[in-house]
Ligand binder design. Structure first.
Ligand code: BJW
Ligand code: ZN
Length: 226
C-alpha cells in the first residue's frame, strides 16, 4: 500500500501560521506580485526579504500540531517509502512532527539560495540586501529558497513517480488553487488511487476527490491516522 499525502497551509494554521487566501490570509495587505514573484524580488528585494524575515522569525516560535504529529506516527506504521509526504508549505513543522522524509515542493523558509552559484545553505537569521554568500563570496546575492509564481516547483519528477504508484492520495488543508499541486489529485485518480480530502471548508476543492471530510486538520488527521 502506497500513500501520498499532500499538505497545504491549512495543516499549519492551528500552529499559528496564517494561511494565504481568505480573510486574515497572508496575502491580505500584500500584493502577491510584489512578494511572491521573481519580478517582485527584482523590483524590491528588501521588501521581499522583510516579508520572509517576519515569517522565518514567526516559524522559530511555533510548534507542530496534532496533525503534523499524526502524520509522523503514520510513517512509523508503514515500511520505509510507503508513506510520502509532499508539502507545499515552506515551514519545517512536518519534520519537527516526526515525518522522516518530506518533499518540499515550494522550498524551505529555513534555507537560502545563492543567485550566483546556486548553493543552498541553512538560514535561521534575517536575510538582507547586504548578505554575502559563504560559498562564492558574492555580495547581495542570497534569496529565500522558495518557489515563487512563474518558477518551477522542486522534485516534480519524484512526485510524479509517487503519484503513479499511489494507492491512496490524501490532500490536507490546501485550497487547490495553485498548480501544479492542484492537479495531483487527478493524476493520482487516473493512476487508480483512492482519493480523500481533509479541509476546514465543506464542499470539496475538486470533483476528483472520492471522499471529503470537513473540519480542522488537528482533529481530523489524528482520527484518520488512528
Ligand atoms: C484548514 C484549516 C485547518 C484552513 N484545517 N484545513 C494552470 C492553470 C492556471 C495557472 C497555472 C497553471 N499552471 C501553472 C499556473 C501558474 C501558477 C498558478 O497556479 N496560478 C494559479 C493562482 C492559477 N503556478 C505557478 O506559477 C507554479 N509554477 C509553475 O506552474 O511552473 C510551471 C511548470 C510547472 C510544472 C512543470 C513545468 C512547468 C509555482 C507556484 C508557486 C506557489 N508559491 C507559493 C509561495 C511559496 C513560498 C511562500 O510560502 O511564500 O506557494 S504561493 C502559495 O500558494 C504558497 C502555497 O504553497 C500555495 C498553495 O496555497 P495553499 O497551501 O493551498 O493555501 P491556501 O491559503 O490557498 O488554502 C488553505 C486551505 O486550508 C483552505 O482551503 C482552508 O479552507 C484550509 N484550512 N485552516 C484544515 N485548521
Ligand atoms: Zn554563491
Amino acid at each position: 500500500m502506497n500513500i501520498v499525502v499532500l499538505t497545504g497551509a491549512g495543516i499549519s494554521a492551528e500552529s499559528g501560521i496564517p494561511v494565504f487566501r481568505g480573510a486574515d490570509g497572508l496575502w491580505e495587505g500584500h500584493r502577491v506580485e510584489d512578494v511572491a514573484t521573481p519580478e517582485g524580488f527584482a523590483r524590491d528585494p528588501q521588501r521581499v526579504h522583510e516579508f520572509y524575515n517576519r515569517r522565518r522569525a514567526k516559524l522559530l516560535e511555533v510548534e507542530p500540531n496534532a496533525a503534523h504529529r499524526a502524520l509522523g506516527r503514520l510513517a512509523l506504521g508503514w515500511r520505509r517509502g510507503q508513506v510520502t509526504v509532499v508539502t507545499q508549505n515552506i515551514d519545517d513543522l512536518h519534520e519537527r512532527g516526526g515525518s522522516p522524509e518530506v518533499i518540499h515542493m515550494h522550498g524551505e523558509l529555513l534555507k537560502a539560495r545563492c543567485t550566483h552559484c546556486g548553493v543552498v545553505t541553512a538560514c535561521r537569521e534575517d536575510l538582507s540586501r547586504a548578505s554575502i554568500c559563504a560559498s562564492c563570496g558574492g555580495i547581495d546575492c542570497l534569496r529565500p529558497h522558495v518557489v515563487w509564481f512563474g518558477e518551477i516547483p522542486f522534485h516534480l519528477g519524484r512526485i510524479e513517480r509517487e503519484l503513479d504508484r499511489a494507492d491512496l492520495f490524501v490532500a490536507i488543508g490546501t485550497s487547490g488553487r495553485v498548480y501544479p499541486a492542484a492537479g495531483f489529485v487527478s493524476a493520482a485518480r487516473a493512476a487508480g488511487a483512492r482519493t480523500l480530502e481533509i479541509n476546514l471548508e465543506p464542499g470539496g476543492t475538486s470533483p476528483d476527490f472520492m471522499e471529503h471530510r470537513s473540519g480542522a486538520a488537528g482533529t481530523l488527521v489524528p482520527e484518520w491516522v488512528e
